[in-house]
Design a protein around this ligand. Structure first.
Ligand code: SF4
Length: 213
């Protein structure tokens, strides 16, 4: 099993991790937009969901990075819609792990995050490649940009100490971690909080400006 990256450590390290998770979430935005445009012109699942067949063996060979696994694990610790889902995910993870070896190579498995044909982390912590991949397994320019951005974020945080691995393998490093980097808010929550704070600050500035006139 791969070693866990990025222990809680200093507060500046925690801040860098939070900032990276926000940036990761920001990288999803253009991909959701692209998916929306595609589903408007071609028959497909609404809201950019992958065809569930693509999330199962033998088609699914998706790999994720350490930063994405941390984001997913954090989502399970704080997102209301994921409350109570962990036990079943761990059960499915156990089954998936029996089909794959501990390697960073792409291998076929059924994703443990697929439940009732729906991705549990779709709007909360979706892996970048799950959003970027097209039906023919190619990537758009936007998709490639988001993948590069994701890799750069991992590199900046962990130097060369990060990897790509199948989702169950990568989640096994973080999902049950009660003290490490997987404890905290996910990127989508942190980003929403930042947006709210910016709106509040803007409104305070406007009010102060009106009062001083
Ligand atoms: S994370 Fe979601 S979209 Fe990606 S393989 Fe798993 S279920 Fe499918």
């Amino acid at each position: 099993m791969a070693r866990k990256r990025g222990g809680r450590g200093s507060s500046s390290r925690t801040n860098s991790l939070d900032e990276s998770l926000v940036s990761l979430d920001r990288s999803r935005g253009p991909l959701f937009l692209e998916k929306q445009e595609q589903s408007a012109s071609t028959p497909g699942r609404p809201d950019g969901h992958r065809d569930p067949m693509c999330c199962r063996r033998p088609q699914n060979r998706m790999r994720i990075t350490d930063l994405e696994a941390i984001d997913i694990s954090r989502a399970f610790s704080e997102k209301p819609h994921l409350k109570g889902k962990l036990k079943k995910v761990l059960g499915r993870m156990g089954v998936s792990l029996t089909f794959i070896g501990d390697t960073n190579k792409a291998q076929p498995y059924t994703c443990p995050l697929l439940e009732d044909d729906t991705c549990l982390v779709h709007r909360s912590a979706k892996p970048i490649e799950c959003l970027a991949i097209r039906d023919d397994e190619s990537f758009s320019q936007e998709g490639r940009r988001s993948i590069e951005r994701r890799d750069q974020l991992n590199q900046d945080l962990f130097a060369n100490n990060w990897d790509y691995k199948s989702i169950p393998l990568m989640l096994a490093n973080y999902l049950m971690d009660a003290e490490g980097p997987a404890v905290g808010k996910s990127g989508s929550t942190l980003r929403k909080e930042l947006q709210k704070k910016k709106r509040r600050d803007d409104s305070d500035r406007r009010n102060t400006g009106e009062r001083s006139r």
